[in-house]
Design a protein around this ligand. Structure first.
Ligand SMILES: Cc1cc2nc3c(=O)[nH]c(=O)nc-3n(C[C@H](O)[C@H](O)[C@H](O)COP(=O)(O)OP(=O)(O)OC[C@H]3O[C@@H](n4cnc5c(N)ncnc54)[C@H](O)[C@@H]3O)c2cc1C
Length: 418
């Protein structure tokens, strides 16, 4: 059985580690960058409790390594930029375990190390397409270290090559992005806050939102938002210190000490900021005519509001690995059956997560009132949806109580009391 995974990011590295262990599988995981090249992973990530729950279920050892490289995400606090509190939510109320806060580059390092020699680095994809060897099979052509290689007769091709997936574009065209109406600026800065910023917090000035949390070692991740008409460009004026400071000035009173520190730190780093417009794209897990699977960003563009991009990439990879391992153990060696099971397990879940992420963006849209927009997030219906988001991971295999118990005893932090 020949399996090729294109892209060793969040989803690809997790899947490669597991599938490489299946006896009788010839696995190639082709990654574009070099082993220590994290240039595209410059910021911090908050990864939801649901991803950690899924990873503990699949691979307690890997989950423990990821948790050791991170800080636990246990709270969600919202305030106005003058410090007036709007929401104080211990995640224990809506989750079975903490999420994590981690540098993106660290997450890549741990996950790629976990996959070991299964990943081939420095591979440039030249072409990908249907195989002439047999219906349903595929082929890839790539260069590595100046040599060209072709793998034909691939039984399962997995596109985990991220948001601009070449694999998905080849087989079904690039997905059409839907703009949400918000631009977001992200920076990672050294932590000189002396404890002013730690777990996940948000501060609103009108519809403009600052978000920040500390990540190891000694850095703070900061994101700031501006409403923008869908499709309109990010304005150059927003990228100036004067506009940034004026935007986050409270309507009443003084900026809180945490906000003052965040603004100073962000303005000092404006030259190195990552700007993007929030968008999402339709869900597609599998091709109908060839045995091609998509996971993570290649399968679904996700609005970043609830921190579910990398989170769902992890959930996807855990589900795919568990389903293939389960099928393998039963001698079910037909990739089409696996693809159907994975799509069935994941599609509805993704529609729910994407819908919730867009609805939770309401406070950042033009003219939004952060007080009213936060109030409904403190009420029972939204908290029930958050609990479904963080607890109801969709892995497509029966709950295995013994595996869960094992994971709980071997992995790090249990959920602190609310
Ligand atoms: C600034 C920023 C902040 C974010 N913050 C958060 C957050 O707080 N929480 C969260 O959950 N998500 C966050 N996200 C989203 C998250 O990073 C992505 O959703 C996640 O990385 C998707 O994982 P993936 O495995 O699908 O793809 P990726 O992690 O993007 O991995 C794709 C891999 O494929 C490789 N690749 C691409 N093309 C090819 C090719 N042709 N050949 C070979 N290899 C290829 C890439 O080098 C990469 O290694 C953030 C994203 C950005 C940009």
């Amino acid at each position: 059985m020949k399996i090729v995974i294109v892209g060793a990011g969040v989803a690809g590295a997790i899947l490669a580690r597991r599938l490489a262990r299946l006896p009788g599988v010839e696995l190639h995981c082709l990654e574009r960058v070099g082993p220590d090249d994290h240039a595209e992973a410059g910021t911090g990530l908050n990864v939801g409790p649901n991803a950690i729950k899924a990873l503990r279920r699949l691979d307690a050892e890997l989950a423990a390594e990821v948790e050791a490289a991170s800080l636990p995400w246990t709270r969600w606090d919202i305030a106005l930029t003058n410090g007036t509190p709007l929401m104080a939510l211990p995640l224990a109320q809506v989750a079975d375990n903490p999420g994590i806060r981690i540098r993106w580059s660290e997450l890549y390092r741990v996950l790629r190390q976990g996959a070991g020699p299964a990943i081939r680095y420095g591979c440039t994809l030249e072409s990908v397409g249907a195989s002439t060897a047999a219906p349903g099979k595929t082929r890839v052509r790539f260069t590595q270290d100046g040599a060209t290689h072709e793998i034909d007769g691939i039984d399962l091709l997995v596109g985990t090559d991220g948001r601009y997936s070449r694999v998905r574009e080849t087989f079904s065209g690039a997905p059409e992005p839907r703009h949400i109406g918000v631009a977001i600026l992200r920076v990672l800065v050294p932590d000189t806050s002396a404890g002013l910023v730690d777990d996940y917090g948000q501060w609103f000035s009108g519809c403009h939102r600052l978000l920040a949390f500390r990540v190891p070692p000694d850095h703070v991740y900061i994101a700031a938002t501006y409403p923008v008409a869908p499709g309109a460009p990010v304005q150059d004026a927003w990228k100036t210190e004067a506009v940034m400071r004026a935007t986050y000035q409270p309507a009443q009173g003084e900026a809180s000490p945490a906000v003052r520190w965040l603004l100073d730190a962000m303005c000092a780093q404006l030259h190195d900021a990552h700007w993007a417009r929030m968008q999402e794209a339709d869900v597609r897990f599998a091709e109908p005519d060839v045995d091609v699977l998509y996971l993570g960003d290649s399968a679904h563009g996700m609005a970043p509001t609830l921190g579910q991009g990398a989170t769902q990439a992890m959930e996807d990879a855990c589900a795919a690995a568990l389903i293939v391992e389960d099928a393998w153990a039963r001698d079910q060696r037909t990739p089409r059956v696996w693809l159907d099971r994975i799509a069935e397990a994941r599609s509805e879940r993704l529609r729910f997560v994407m819908d919730l992420s867009v609805r939770a963006t309401d406070t950042m849209l033009e003219g939004a009132d952060p007080v009213a927009g936060t109030r409904w997030k403190t009420e029972a219906p939204f908290q029930a949806e958050l609990a479904a988001l963080f607890r109801d991971v969709a892995l497509g295999v029966p709950d295995d109580a013994s595996a869960q118990a094992g994971a709980a005893t071997t992995s790090a932090a249990a959920m602190p009391a609310a």
